[in-house]
Design a binder for this molecule. Structure first.
Ligand code: AP5
Ligand code: MG
Ligand code: ZN
Length: 224
């Protein structure tokens, strides 16, 4: 970052808006970790930790994992040395108490959010994105059957790993995730707008176009 202070970036957006896709690209370019609460929960689920088993009960219904679990988990993750230069937060915060907790965590680090990109995508497009998503079991790369297909069906371009569909992308669960988003997460748009931090990004462009728009917003806010 220009002034040497760390860059903590929150990517705000609905399920399927492209937060994970964009966070991964930015993380690779800048060498700053992507901190995805959904990925951390899924990793724990896979290795059947206590946290994973707890999160599963909520994730399979498309509900939010309780704040007392999620906030502590993020605080711990952001204390690792790889976050000294910042992190790209994908899927956190997801309600007002989480946003306040993040403000406190960053304050303690002597920093704050410089701006908050909101990746805006209409409801019809979101469901189509979720239903066509395939993910690499090995490296986590994200594909879409129509918009970003792998070269060989069912196989990851990067590592050759097997692709799978998230159980919470099934239409019934995906619809509930969108409902939960509108009730609990969408109020963050106003929360950040009122603080003068919100920057809307058109999320319906192609993946590269969204990336260019995000990078322009980052540059105009004195980030790298
Ligand atoms: P999480 O994993 O965070 O899921 P989500 O927010 O529902 O978001 P998604 O991962 O579905 O969407 P995305 O925006 O990352 O889109 P992507 O880039 O993959 O959370 C899952 C669950 O964990 C929650 O329901 C909850 O239970 C729990 N949880 C997580 N965080 C929590 C928290 N903070 N508090 C409490 N509980 C929490 O893209 C989607 C698809 O579209 C892909 O196929 C991609 O290839 C494609 N695509 C992306 N961009 C474009 C584009 N520009 N054009 C065309 N296609 C595109
Ligand atoms: Mg994601
Ligand atoms: Zn892979």
């Amino acid at each position: 970052m220009d002034d040497g202070s760390p860059l903590f970036l929150v990517l705000l957006g609905a399920p399927g808006a492209g937060k994970g896709t964009q966070a991964r690209m930015l993380s690779e370019k800048w060498g700053i970790p992507q901190v995805s609460t959904g990925d951390i929960f899924r990793g724990n689920l896979e290795s059947e930790t206590e946290l994973g088993l707890l999160a599963k009960q909520y994730m399979e219904k498309g509900e939010l994992v309780p704040d007392e679990v999620t906030i502590g988990m993020v605080q711990e993750r952001l204390s690792h040395s790889d976050c000294a230069r910042g992190a790209i937060l994908d899927g956190f915060p997801r309600n007002i108490p989480q946003a306040r907790a993040l403000d406190d965590i960053l304050k303690e680090k002597g920093t704050s959010l410089r701006f908050v990109p909101y990746i805006k995508v209409s409801d019809e497009v979101l469901l189509a994105r979720l239903s066509g998503r395939w993910i690499c079991r090995q490296c986590g790369a994200v594909y879409h059957m129509l918009y970003n297909p792998p070269k060989v069906p069912g196989k990851c371009d990067i590592c050759g790993g097997e692709l799978y569909q998230r159980p919470d992308d099934r239409p019934e669960v995906a619809k509930n995730r969108l409902k939960v988003y509108f009730e609990q997460t969408a109020p963050l748009i106003e929360y950040y707008r009122q603080r003068g931090l919100l920057v809307e990004i058109d999320g319906e462009q192609e993946i590269e176009g969204v990336q260019v728009a995000l990078e322009a917003a980052i540059k105009s806010h004195d980030c790298p």
